[in-house]
Write a protein that binds this ligand. Structure first.
Ligand code: NAD
Ligand code: UDP
Length: 336
């Protein structure tokens, strides 16, 4: 299947690139596709709609520079024509979702990434991997710098994701060293905002949906575990800065907001922001749930000049109208 009709290969005089976004119908991917189209690029979105939604990219479907291919990246991709850049965002990010078919999650990471790396090599394209703070597992140091090698269980419910993502970093490292592929690795920390699936089970979406409905807000464990929450616009800016950085920036780079909250603080903040009658209830902490998460972002500051700008309070206010509209559009089924 030929996707791009133009026969101009590399970046044109006007800076227009041909960009493949794997996982482009998901939360992060749909915001990235929107921004790339806005900047004048041509975008091919490849997605199997495992957790992605058509509604996330509905506004792009008729755009002449946007193409959608429904495809699972664990299968070889159809012929795409020339590509200048590849963002690999394909993989469910929510623990209940990626744990629902662990072997598929692992294959998505490892086989899917290899398929995309082969395309990058053939096209002399730059490829960016959406890695994760999960490569640090349950970290013994805080904040986590990229030089920390992590504390990850190889045989637990999170392993299919964590170890899959770690293996992809190794693949990227070797494709760069052995085959000269231009690679980038973003270690993404918890990111939130509009277009998160309200039912996918992540903490921000769960809490906002529960507080909007006036239902109990379910804190797992005692709520003392920490996370650092990055607003979507900051993350998209960081991913694009990394993709467009010099080839020397091929080592992993943390992207996230370093302001750390306990999960109990997050629950209280959401309830207060919404002036909700909800109360906090406590339930069982999932196995291997990391106790702390806080990125050291000095490498991103130094190499990309990047830092997040949107504090949690502001990002929540910007996200709430979206979740409220979703609640009206369809009844929500939460994974808690
Ligand atoms: P998401 O679940 O909203 O999006 C993932 C997208 O990938 C979905 O559209 C899904 O349908 C698609 N997908 C999954 N498996 C696929 C496959 N085999 N073939 C083709 N498409 C496939 O998640 P997100 O929050 O947008 O995350 C995007 C990427 O960023 C993921 O790789 C995730 O691991 C990474 N990440 C996200 C966060 C976060 O907080 N959102 C944190 C760390 C890392
Ligand atoms: N969490 C929670 N209640 C929920 C969903 C999640 O207390 O309804 C907790 C979860 O146990 C974890 C944190 O919130 O400690 C972040 O969970 P999430 O699934 O968003 O991402 P993770 O960082 O664990 O991958």
């Amino acid at each position: 299947m030929t996707i791009f009709t133009s026969n101009i290969h590399s970046q044109t005089r006007h800076g227009v690139r041909r960009i493949l976004v794997a996982g482009g119908a998901g939360f992060l991917g749909s915001h990235l596709c929107t921004k790339l189209i806005k900047d004048g690029h041509r975008v091919v979105c490849v997605d199997n709609f495992l957790t992605g939604r058509r509604s996330n990219i509905e506004h792009l479907l008729t755009h002449p520079r946007f193409k959608l291919i429904r495809h699972d990246i664990i299968e070889r991709l159809p012929a795409l024509g020339p590509v200048d850049q590849i963002y690999n965002l394909a993989c469910a990010a929510s623990p209940p979702k990626y744990q629902s078919d662990p072997l598929h999650t692992f294959k998505t990471n490892v086989i899917g990434a290899m398929n995309l790396l082969e395309i990058a090599e053939r096209n002399n394209a730059t490829i960016l991997q959406s890695s994760t703070s999960e490569v640090y597992g349950d970290p013994e140091v805080s904040p986590q710098p990229e030089g920390y090698h992590g504390n990850v269980n190889t045989v637990g419910p999170r392993s299919c994701y964590d170890e899959g993502k770690r293996a992809v970093e190794t693949l990227f490292y070797e494709y760069h060293l052995q085959r000269g592929v231009s690679t980038r690795i973003a270690r993404i920390f918890n990111t939130y905002g509009p277009r998160m699936s309200p039912s996918d089970g992540r903490v921000v979406s769960n809490f906002v949906v529960q507080a909007l409905a006036g239902d109990d807000v379910t804190v797992f464990g005692d709520g003392s575990q920490t996370r650092s929450f990055c607003y979507i616009s900051d993350m998209v800016r960081g991913l694009m800065a990394l993709m467009n950085a010099p080839d020397s920036v091929c080592d992993p780079v943390n992207l996230g907001n370093p302001t750390e909250f306990t999960i109990l603080e997050l629950a209280q903040t959401v309830i207060e922001t919404l002036a909700s009658p909800s109360r906090v209830v406590f339930s069982r902490l999932p196995v291997d749930d990391p106790k702390q998460r806080k990125p050291d972002i000095s490498r991103a500051a130094e190499c990309l000049g990047w830092a997040p700008h949107v504090p949690l309070a502001e990002g929540l206010v910007q996200s709430i109208p979206y979740f409220a509209a979703e609640a009206v559009r369809a009844p929500l089924r939460l994974v808690v």
